[in-house]
Ligand binder design. Structure first.
Ligand code: PT1
Length: 273
């Protein structure tokens, strides 16, 4: 059982975390109210499609994305969390590396902190330790602005595993029970195609740490590389990647295409059951 706030998730079979991006709509000038309602509507759609968790994010961390200031990030996500916490009965997660956003999101009703920086920012560990929420610790080499410039590893699987093990131990020593901790290799975060492929192929090695794994490969550029063109439709490749990840030991798949992924994972569950 993965324990996060008032929720307990049975991860015997892999499940889906749906991505809810809260970003201003550049085409309609509806302001904050419009983007909040659009995000809430999208979130409800993902619940209907079978998501087990909703991951709410106000700042893109894809390679080269422009950082968002603290006040802007808070303005984007907090109202969405408050609204959703009242109407859905699955855990909400906040995709942030900023301790102040973590605290405000916890106060607004989230159950999981999803941190691409693995609680390394000053104060982040304390915010989670002083709560009962779950946490996802992710590996990243560098920072989103520069991480894809020249990623280097001698042994990517060993290095990611060592980092996650070290962070897992530090987080446990801060008083956060292992039942609240997820680990994530961080696909696309300071990794070349060969590094992402090696991690996907050897995901089972990360399961040796003993914690549930969260994996995000949905629509990422590594799949564009594999497809060998710059076509933007990566849906089928994303489903394939999630299926491989689940077979190799992933417990939670962070995806945009929830219904298709849920269907694909049902086939895996049927083979096991
Ligand atoms: C992830 C993840 C995340 N990914 C967790 N949180 C993103 N725990 C945001 C590309 O190469 O994998 N795990 N939060 C999105 N990040 C990226 C990275 C998006 C790379 C796209 C790419 O295209």
């Amino acid at each position: 059982m993965f324990i996060c706030g008032k929720y307990q998730l049975d991860l015997t079979n892999p499940c889906v975390m749906g991505v809810v991006n809260v970003t201003p709509d550049s085409f309609s000038d509806g302001g904050q109210y419009a983007s909040t309602n659009k995000a809430v509507e999208h979130a409800l759609q993902l619940v209907e499609e079978g998501a087990s968790i909703l991951d709410i994010g106000g700042e893109s961390t894809r390679p080269g994305a422009t950082p968002v200031g603290l006040d802007e990030e808070l303005a984007r996500v907090i109202l969405v969390i408050e609204k959703l916490a009242k109407i859905v009965n699955i855990p909400l997660s906040i995709d942030t590396y900023k301790p102040k956003v973590m605290q405000a999101a916890i106060d607004a009703g989230i159950s999981i902190v999803n941190d691409i920086n693995a609680l390394q920012a000053p104060g982040a560990l304390e915010v989670v330790a002083n709560s009962d929420v779950g946490v996802c610790l992710m590996h990243m080499q560098g920072s989103p602005q520069t991480m894809q410039i020249d990623p280097q590893y001698d042994d990517v699987v060993a290095e990611v595993s060592a980092f996650l093990t070290a962070r897992f131990n530090i987080v446990m020593q801060a008083g956060i029970s292992s039942s609240r901790i997820l680990l994530d290799p961080g696909f696309g975060f300071g990794k070349r195609t060969m590094h992402n492929i090696a991690l996907l192929k050897q995901l089972a090695q990360l399961r040796q740490i003993g914690q549930p794994l969260l994996v995000g490969l949905s629509r990422k550029s590594v799949l564009g590389q594999v497809l060998g063109d710059n076509k933007t439709d990566r849906v089928a490749a994303s489903i394939a990647a999630s299926v491989v990840a689940a077979i190799n030991g992933a417990n939670i798949l962070r995806v945009h295409d929830v219904r298709a992924t849920v269907d694909a994972l049902k086939v895996i569950a049927a083979l096991r059951g």
